[in-house]
Design a protein around this ligand. Sequence first.
Ligand SMILES: [Zn+2]
Length: 363
Amino acid sequence: MAEEIAVYADSYREARDHFLRAARRAGAKHQAYHHPSERGPEGEPLFLDVSVLGPGNASRIFVVGSGTHGIEGYPGSAAQCAWLRSRPRLPKDTAVVFFHAQNPWGFAHKTRVTEENVDLNRNFVDFSKPVPANPGYADVHSLIQLQTWDEPSIEAVFTRLDAFRERVGEKAFSDAFNGGQYSHPDGIFYGGAQPQWANNAFREAVETHLGHARHVAYLDLHTGIGPWCEHIYLCFHPEGSPARERARAWWGERAVNLQGVTHKALATYHGTIIDAFTGLLPEAEVTTIVVEFGTLPRRDMQRAGMAQRWLRFEGHRDPVLAAKVRRDYESAFYPRDAEWRRAALEQSREFIDRGVKGVGASG
Ligand SMILES: [Zn+2]
């Protein structure tokens, strides 16, 4: 058992080594997309790694992505490695493609965002057009700007946020807080002012490796929504669409009914990686799903979001406190608990198997 959870890494470099070794041993072909200008905290180079298991020209492809939100890539990477090590047998004319560390800067620096404080999962908007408006975010921003990180100040922020939520309602609150915003570069859930390097690399990789396929599914791995030690599904295909029915058939009713989701109302997200994925493959039948491994209650995750902002913009003034805040932040997205880590691996093996089987039987 201890050996099994050894796939969990403490650094980007270690995670990448584990992944590349597991992919090579499984016989996968590999292509690395090198970040030309950024490095990890130890000066290490950064990559989006793409590994293809099975025939590169397969007409059915199941894609597993990790690290859209940087730090969330540690459990995602472990799940990818564990599945590669499970000696899977693939259905015919089917390949499994792994996108490892979709936001490698955030992965290496153990934060959700990119080098420009951008949430990659809000960055896939068309920047040649006006960006989506989020008028509620200005209110949130003025409430969450903590200069001092201490319990009374954090409590005071939550009191004000609670009053704001009561005034506008759960849905408008989620839209404002985490739907994504394009107006405050020093804020939270910032979608950016231009495509990030990780955005361009992802699009290039999708076109290169998946452009020929007829049936494609993409499972994007995250952490932070859902109950501790359990996973939840987020399916954004509209009710009644064939893609939503495929998700239901492959993973069961829970894939589409928000079972276990710890948000009272989900925000309407803009510029997500799964929407970009679908848009890049107009000729294919595409199914996308997000899987979240649950960690802490929503309030703790909101606190983590504020901690991330404080660490980036204020933390340098108090390095001792920053180290403690950073540890709490990291464990909100990447728990150290062995039981949690085992549960995530066990569950991931099953839902990846189901997805591969589902796409393998398509057409
Ligand atoms: Zn995420």
